[in-house]
Design a protein around this ligand. Structure first.
Ligand SMILES: Cc1cc2nc3c(=O)[nH]c(=O)nc-3n(C[C@H](O)[C@H](O)[C@H](O)COP(=O)(O)OP(=O)(O)OC[C@H]3O[C@@H](n4cnc5c(N)ncnc54)[C@H](O)[C@@H]3O)c2cc1C
Length: 374
């Protein structure tokens, strides 16, 4: 283990580097295009300096070391507001999946492109009729020689308009194969003929996610992730990452917004009241829980349904924080076109993305508390 694999030394060295290398976003640019450009710029700088390679295996272009090093990079970058938590989170969602499921040569070729900001990828799971009930997805892949032909539609695919590739879940196998055993994942180039991407406008007025259509899209068998029928397990293995390292940087972002709220409330001459205390407590509870999760991941433990607790706490803390903003800064959400308004509206999605609040509570009830069905 090199000196930099030790988390405290790593954090100190990274902070020094960030102080010496200004990655502040250009002022006055708040469009999604500007966020994406900044995201790629930050990744390139971090990759070139080595930071983005720690915590990833050497077989995929990394420099090794514990997973927790990635959580530190995410916390410092997103907590300093150098990148937005949404685009940054795609790294933690998709890279472990590629490393675990792609052919080693494919992972070695592709992972550095994502981590170095050469390109972005998206996650094509949800469909118009398959969100919470993901196992009912209908986008079909049929084998034709050494290739597979894909037809169907995905929806809510975050940042697909910027993505060059997609981790895609498809239905394979015949009508008699059980639903969970007939899902197969592919790593698809989005410039393949037959793919169209249509951005969708959200209520916070940003084209953050897309519909993606697949019409007779031919994908080589070498792009299959795992074996036919491994898709459900891939999805189950991906979601805990979405709720661990990925959350750590989102929590850092929420803390930075809590600090900004304290400044704003003080500037307006108001007292820091009990509601802010409650919002802080929710954030702190979330951070404590997530910290334990990062450590379990760093120890090499496999994460599972227990990360649903982290998801419930994250959604609750995020919404409580922006509810507090709405209550303490009257009119700023309803009347002003500010960042607070965008963030308040986006926080409503926290009980939906990565598995809804109701579904997480079902998982906790059934799989952790053994309370049986409904
Ligand atoms: C900001 C954002 C980004 C996203 N990004 C992506 C992405 O990049 N890729 C991707 O594939 N998907 C993405 N999604 C989609 C997300 O995964 C789905 O929205 C989510 O899984 C819920 O599915 P759904 O929207 O179809 O709602 P539904 O499953 O139709 O649920 C509707 C309502 O019914 C409730 N419900 C459903 N089933 C049950 C049940 N069994 N018990 C109790 N209540 C139930 C739900 O809790 C919800 O309130 C994103 C979503 C958001 C909001």
């Amino acid at each position: 283990m090199t000196e930099l694999h030790e988390p405290a030394a790593f954090r100190t060295a990274l902070r020094t580097w960030l102080d010496e290398n200004d990655l502040t976003p250009p002022p006055g640019e708040d469009s999604l295009d500007a966020h994406q450009a900044q995201h790629l710029r930050v990744l390139k700088a971090l990759w070139d300096a080595g930071w983005m390679r720690y915590g990833w295996p050497e077989s995929a272009g990394g420099l090794g070391g514990p997973d927790i090093l990635r959580a530190i990079v995410g916390e410092e970058i997103v907590g300093r507001r150098l990148d937005h938590p949404g685009p940054y989170s795609m790294l933690e969602v998709l890279t472990p999946t590629m490393i675990d499921y792609a052919r080693p040569e494919l992972a070695a070729e592709m992972v550095p492109k994502l981590l170095s900001g050469q390109e972005s990828w998206c996650q094509g799971f949800s469909e118009p009729g398959a969100g919470s009930d993901l196992a009912s997805l209908t986008t079909r892949a049929e084998q034709r020689g050494d290739t597979w032909v894909i037809n169907g539609q995905k929806v809510w695919t975050s940042f697909a308009q910027y993505a060059t590739r997609c981790v895609l879940l498809t239905r394979t196998g015949g009508p008699d194969t059980p639903a969970h055993q007939s899902i197969t994942a592919f790593f698809v180039d989005l410039d393949t003929p037959g793919i169209s991407v249509r951005p969708l406008r959200t209520m916070h007025d940003v084209d953050e996610f897309c519909e993606v259509y697949f019409d007779d899209v031919v994908v080589d068998e070498s792009r299959m992730l795992g074996k036919p029928g491994d898709g459900w397990q891939l999805a189950m293995d991906l979601l805990p990452y979405e709720r661990s390292t990925c959350f750590w940087q989102r929590i850092a972002y929420l803390y930075s917004r809590f600090d900004a709220l304290v400044d704003e409330v003080k500037r307006q001459g108001q007292a820091i009241d009990a509601e802010m205390g409650d919002a802080y407590l929710a954030l702190h509870t979330l951070r404590c829980r997530s910290r334990a999760t990062q450590h379990r991941l760093a120890e090499g433990q496999k994460l599972g349904p227990d990360t649903s607790i982290d998801k419930v706490l994250l959604a609750g803390a995020e919404q409580q924080l922006f509810d507090t903003v709405r209550n303490l800064l009257p009119g700023v959400i309803e009347l002003d076109d500010t960042e607070w308004r965008t963030e308040y509206l986006y926080s409503r999605a926290a009980t939906i993305y990565g598995g809804t609040g109701e579904v997480q509570r079902n998982i906790i009830a059934r799989r952790l508390l053994d309370l049986g069905k409904e």
